[in-house]
Design a protein around this ligand. Structure first.
Ligand code: TYM
Length: 332
């Protein structure tokens, strides 16, 4: 099992990232060889201030370590320090089809009405993402539900590359999507995912929020006046309630039904304070470690440099195979 996944170092690590992906990364580092990276090359697909990007890359590194990623168990690095990601993307640009990329919902969402003004990087973003995982022959890619389409594309690209070149250069990666927290929704709108790009900070819980901020955001989270039902069916038409139950279950590492067994018949006046206490009890120690680490620039840089050197060594033979498969005389 080789596990590869990434996160964009833009904005704060929020509860959606944490429960949807990072918790699984932490578990998987004890089960297989893991490579986790800051997707700083992806971050330049949207306008971003350079100083903010470099500071954000270090901060996200600190946030991942604070969340439980152990750089002695997993390789932790930023894409920009491993040029093979960008190189392999170029090679895969020959395989990826315009029509495939045109179907990507993220490009449609992020470019909005201004497709003509979107960067080429935003359009080709999923090809870089394919390169990220194919470079290391990843078998498992732990992500939230929103990344599923990109990973299906990575499989399509790998398959077409292998067929076109008559080789078995790439392994087809499997997305690994947890059940409970695959899609954590905004606290303000049960039909939108929790996201760092939501203009309202009240929509998400950040790893950097203190206990008061967490309690306030949960208290003000949109809900309905009904008590919690006995079974999951009773949540079918209640997206906000369902989201809070899912968050509770994921934080408590239990099933959503078990949460309903405990709270059925109770209203949000009872459930929200319990959820706030639970959230604080899980995030407070993470936040404490984050604060202690985030300004230790030299330690964070040393971790990233070491991770990048090792990752480059893992990827080198696979990149060389890709050059060779295409008939490119690269001297690798
Ligand atoms: P990013 O930075 O948006 O998110 C990082 C991880 O968090 C998950 N996630 C969520 N899960 C559940 N509920 C939510 N509301 C939620 N919001 C975010 C994402 O699914 C992701 O797993 N393109 C990727 C980064 C990337 C990558 C890769 C991932 C680049 N290369 C290769 C896997 C493999 C992204 O922007 O994730």
């Amino acid at each position: 099992m080789r596990v590869v996944s990434g996160i964009q170092p833009t904005g704060n690590l929020h509860l959606g990232n944490y429960l949807g992906a990072i918790v699984n990364w932490v578990k998987m580092q004890d089960e297989g060889e893991c490579l986790f990276f800051l997707a700083d090359l992806h971050a330049i697909s949207m306008p971003i201030d350079p100083a903010e990007l470099s500071a954000g890359t270090r901060e996200m590194t600190a946030a991942l370590i604070a969340s439980g990623i152990d750089p002695d168990k997993a390789l932790l690095f930023n894409q920009a320090r491993v040029p093979a990601h960008a190189e392999l993307q170029w090679l895969l640009n020959g395989t990826a089809r315009m029509g495939w990329l045109n179907r990507m919902t993220q490009f449609k969402d992020k470019s909005g009405k201004n497709r003509e003004g979107a960067s080429i990087a935003l359009f080709a973003y999923p090809v870089l993402q394919a390169a990220d995982v194919l470079l290391y022959n990843a078998t498992h890619v732990p992500v939230g539900e929103d990344q599923k389409q990109h990973l299906e594309l990575a499989r399509d690209i790998a398959e077409k590359f292998n067929t076109d070149t008559g080789t078995e250069t790439f392994v087809l990666p499997e997305p690994y999507i947890g059940e409970t927290a695959a899609r954590i929704m905004s606290l303000r709108d049960g039909s939108a995912k929790m996201s760092k790009s939501d203009p309202s900070d009240m929509s998400r819980i950040n790893l950097s929020d203190d206990a008061d901020a967490i309690a306030k955001k949960i208290r003000k989270a949109r809900t309905d006046p009904e008590p919690l039902p006995e079974t999951m069916d009773g949540l079918a038409e209640r997206p906000e309630a369902r989201n809070l139950v899912a968050i509770y279950a994921a934080l408590a590492e239990t099933s959503q039904q078990a949460v309903l067994d405990e709270f059925a018949g109770k209203g949000f006046g009872d459930f929200k304070p319990a959820l706030a206490d639970l959230t604080v009890s899980v995030l407070a120690p993470v936040n404490e470690r984050f604060v202690a680490l985030k300004n230790d620039t030299s330690a964070l840089d040393a971790i990233l440099t070491r991770g990048a050197e090792k990752a480059a060594a893992v990827g080198a033979p696979i990149l060389a195979d890709a050059y060779r498969a295409l008939g490119l005389l690269s001297g690798r």
